[in-house]
Design a protein around this ligand. Structure first.
Ligand code: NAP
Length: 174
């Protein structure tokens, strides 16, 4: 079982614009990328995301699109989306370790998907709780935005391939 941060990113390392737009991503997204994502999801047993990513999903989906246990990291009482969504705060390294253990247990032997964002990815990497970073690099630069990874992570390339207009790289976190 692995914890995998799988996301699309701009070439210059942003996963959303400053105002949380993904318009640049959908302008590039093709069938190949969607098929690849569906394949990835077959190995996923639980999900974790930050409050902004959750709020983006609430704004853009008519109903909750996932049927997996999902933890949303937040300090706020966010609206419930339906599905198995659990709100949690992790304000210390120990709290994040404990929460990660709970999420991994819920994944039942399958992988944990960190959906985003980059702050949580950096925290998990720093604690040695992130196993892989999988990026689909869209053919666009944004200049500024929400960072892919908001901290240092040392990585090793495991796989590189092309999926439509995206360059896809799978890294192991060292
Ligand atoms: N390109 C892609 O494929 C892709 C993938 C995923 C996400 N996205 C987008 O990227 C953007 C990411 O936004 P973001 O950078 O703001 O990251 P985020 O992780 O989605 O949200 C950050 C917020 O999560 C809460 N949070 C984070 N860590 C926490 C912790 N340990 N305990 C409690 N709360 C915690 C805090 O919110 P509060 O304290 O205010 O509750 C924090 O401000 C979103 O627009 C999302 O839609 C894009």
């Amino acid at each position: 079982m692995k914890t995998v941060y799988n996301t699309a990113t701009s070439l210059d390392g942003y996963i959303a614009t400053d105002d949380h737009s993904l318009e640049w991503l959908f302008a590039a997204e093709g069938d190949a990328a969607l098929e690849e994502h569906a394949e990835f999801m077959k190995g996923v047993g639980a999900m974790v995301m930050g409050a902004s990513t959750y709020e983006w999903t609430l704004r853009h989906e008519s109903s909750w699109p996932y049927d997996l246990p999902t933890w949303v990291l937040t300090h706020r009482e966010l609206p419930q989306a339906g599905g198995d969504v659990r709100l949690a705060a992790a304000d210390s390294d120990q709290a994040l370790r404990d929460l990660h253990r709970e999420i991994a247990r819920a994944a039942g032997g399958r992988d944990v998907w960190l959906v985003g964002g980059g702050g949580i990815a950096a925290d998990l990497a720093r604690l040695g709780l992130l196993d892989e970073v999988v990026v689909s690099i869209a053919p666009v630069t944004l200049g500024s935005g929400k960072p892919l990874l908001a901290g240092r992570a040392d990585l090793r390339v495991q796989d590189v391939h092309r999926s439509g207009d995206f360059a896809c790289i799978r890294y192991a976190v060292l």
